[in-house]
Design a protein around this ligand. Structure first.
Ligand code: AMP
Length: 275
């Protein structure tokens, strides 16, 4: 396994890969969610590239950029065991230049939900993902459904900018008790972790209502809110959108996503189900 720390080093290693390439972009502190993406990439491609880069441009002022967990040694071990060919761990200066041109998230879908709570976040995500795509030149790129809006916007970028890359959406990996795995879960105290379970519980409630034939978004959101408001410290949103990320009044089975975002203590958590 090659570990490349800047563009030049990476380019040398990339040139030697002759075949299909699966790419998994991450911010490190790898867990079973990331590993499931890497394993899928391993199964479906001749070569696998993982990037580990805590991208400063997608963090807003006052967010957790400085304390975001960094676990370089453990991450490299995980990649090695999973059969990764190249790990790209660039420094910030080897990725960003002075006064560079910007790519902007779409005005509507990039500024609702996550984009409304974190304005500019998706500009930074798309900026770094476009760079990483151009550097790694993947055949297939793997993204978790956990970050559903991110996945939708990256798929749009690929379409709008005619990028010749296949985006592969991957299922959300959860702990046994339902909590969606996230690098940020390490911030939770034991007591907060128990309250954090209300996110997946609320989503499960939403799915239960659907199975009873209740499709009205307002009714579903109200029932979910009952569960969440007893447990979280701040509810950012409960939303029901179609797969194009437009809010809908009635769930379209097979084409909808129910999403939640909330703070438990100082930790901001997101979760969703695709229904
Ligand atoms: P991150 O390191 O948080 O930027 O995530 C890197 C990739 O892993 C993104 O495509 C995420 O959607 C995906 N991911 C994170 N958590 C999970 C999870 N619990 N299940 C599946 N994919 C995940």
């Amino acid at each position: 396994m090659v570990v490349a720390r800047d563009y030049e080093e990476f380019k040398k290693a990339r040139e030697k890969l002759d075949g299909s390439v699966g790419f998994v972009p991450t911010m490190g502190a790898l867990h079973d969610g990331h590993i499931s993406l890497i394993k899928r990439a391993r199964r479906e491609n001749d070569f696998v590239i993982v990037s580990i880069f805590v991208n400063p441009t997608q963090f807003l002022e006052g967010e957790d950029l400085d304390k975001y967990p960094r676990k370089e040694e453990a991450d490299l071990k995980i990649c090695e065991l999973a059969g990764v060919d190249i790990v790209f761990m660039p420094t910030i200066n080897s990725i960003y230049h002075q006064d560079e041109l910007k790519i902007l998230a779409p005005k509507i879908r990039g500024y609702i939900l996550e984009g409304a709570k974190r304005p500019g976040h998706f500009d930074g995500v798309l900026q770094v993902v476009l760079k990483l795509f151009n550097i790694t030149k993947p055949t297939n790129a793997y993204f978790g459904k956990k970050d559903a809006q991110q996945l939708a916007l990256i798929s749009s970028m690929v379409k709008d900018y005619f990028l010749d890359i296949n985006i592969v959406p991957c299922e959300i990996v959860r702990d046994k008790d339902g909590l969606a795995l996230s690098s940020r879960n390490v911030y939770l105290s034991d007591e907060e972790r128990v309250r954090a379970l209300s996110l997946s519980r609320a989503l499960k409630k939403g799915a239960e209502l659907l199975s009873k034939g209740i499709l009205d978004s307002e009714i579903i959101k109200k029932e979910m809110e009952e569960i969440l408001k007893k447990n979280v410290d701040r509810l950012d949103y409960i939303a029901i959108v179609n797969r194009e990320f437009k809010e809908i009044d009635k769930v379209e089975i097979g084409n909808s996503i129910i999403l939640v975002a909330a703070f438990v203590g100082n930790t901001r958590l997101i979760d969703n189900i695709w229904v």
